[in-house]
Design a protein around this ligand. Sequence first.
Ligand code: NAP
Ligand code: GDD
Length: 328
Amino acid sequence: MADRTALITGITGQDGSYLAELLVSKGYRVTGLVRRLSSPNLSKIATIVDQVKLVDGDLIDQSSLNHAVKVAQPDEIYNLGAQSFVGASFSQPVLTGEITGIGTLRLLEAARTNAPQAHFYQASSSEMFGHVEREPQDESTVFHPRSPYGYAKVYAYWACVNAREAYSFYAANGILFNHESPRRGLEFVTRKISDGVARIALGQAESLTLGNLDARRDWGYAPDYVDLMWRTLQQKEPSDYVGATGESHTVREFVEAAFEAAEVDDWERRLKTDPRFERPSEVYALRGNPDKARRELGWTPTVRFRDLVRIMVQADLERLRHRPHESH
Ligand code: NAP
Ligand code: GDD
C-alpha cells in the first residue's frame, strides 16, 4: 500500500483516530482536517501526530475544504467529521444540518473538482433508519429519521448516491450501527456508563443518572468498524454497506454488564433516571444485518457485547486510578 494518500475529516474523533492509526500502519500518507479551536484537541491522535499531516479547515467553510483536498491530493477521502451527538442535534438543529448534512456536500464538491479520481467514504448512520419498519435493518430498509442528526445524515447519504449516479464519482456509504471504545466521547451512553460505573467502583461517585433504559442498540467495537471503512474503498465499484454485529441489547443490559465488569454488587440502588436525558423523539431499537459486508468485503466484527463492555470499564478504571483529569 506504499504511496497511497488519504484525507480524513474528523481525525480528532473516536473513529478518525483509529482510522488514522490503521492507514499509517498500512503505509498511507495521511492528511487530517482539523478545525480551529481555542485549545488544541489532539489527544486521541497523540501517538501518531508526528506521522500525519494536519491541515486547518472546517466542514462549514468551502474554501478550506478545497484547499485541504488540493494539499492532500488524496487517493481516498474519509468524511468522518460531523456534529455526531444525537441529543445535541435537537438543541442545535441548524448547526447540525450545516456540518453533518451540507458539510458532506461541500466536501463532495471539493473532491469532485480537485480530486475527481478519489474514492470517497461517507460516514452514514443507522440513525437514518430511526423509527424502523423492520428488523434487522439492511441496505434496502427505508429511512425514517427521528432527529435533526438523523435527517442531516439522510441528506448526506443521498448526496453521495447522487454524485455516483450523476457524475460517476466514486462515493460509498458505510451505514454503521453504534460502535464504541475507550475513546468514545463522555456524552454517549456507553461511555457515560463505563465512566460512571468506574467512578462508583472507585468511590469517586455515588450514583449514575440516565434517560431511557429500554432503548436497544447494536453495539460493536470501533476499531472493527474503521477496518470496514477501509475495505469499502478498496472495492472496484462503489457500493453502500451496513456495518453491525447483528445483536442488540438494552441500555439497562449495558449498565448491568458494566457493574458486573467492575465487580460492584447491589448496584440497582446506584442507578437513577431523569427525563432530562430523554429525547423529544426516540429511536427505540436498532439491529443491523451485516451480511452484505461479510459477503463482499470479507468483514466480520471481532468483539462481542460483553467483551466490549469489559474493555470500556477496564479502561476507565485504569484512567481514573492514574489520570483522572484526562478523558481517555
Ligand atoms: P466523534 O468522536 O464525535 O468525532 C467527530 C469529529 O468531527 C471530530 O473530529 C470533530 O472535531 C469533527 N468535527 C465536528 N465538527 C466539525 C466541523 N464543523 N468541521 C470539521 N470537523 C468537525 O464521532 P465518531 O464517533 O468518531 O464518528 C465518526 C463519524 O461517523 C461521524 O460522522 C458520525 O456521525 C458517524 N457515525 C458514528 C457512529 C458511531 O457509533 N460512532 C455510527 C454511525 C455513524 P473536534 O474534535 O474538533 O470536535
Ligand atoms: N447519550 C445518552 N445519555 N443516551 C442515553 C442516556 C443518557 O444518559 N440514557 C439513555 N440513553 C439512550 C438514548 O436515548 C439512545 O436511545 C441510546 O441510549 C444511545 O444513545 P447514544 O449513546 O447517545 O447514541 P445514539 O444511538 O443516539 O447515536 C450514536 O449512534 C449513531 C448510530 O446509530 C452516535 O454515535 C451517532 O453519531 C451514530 O450515528
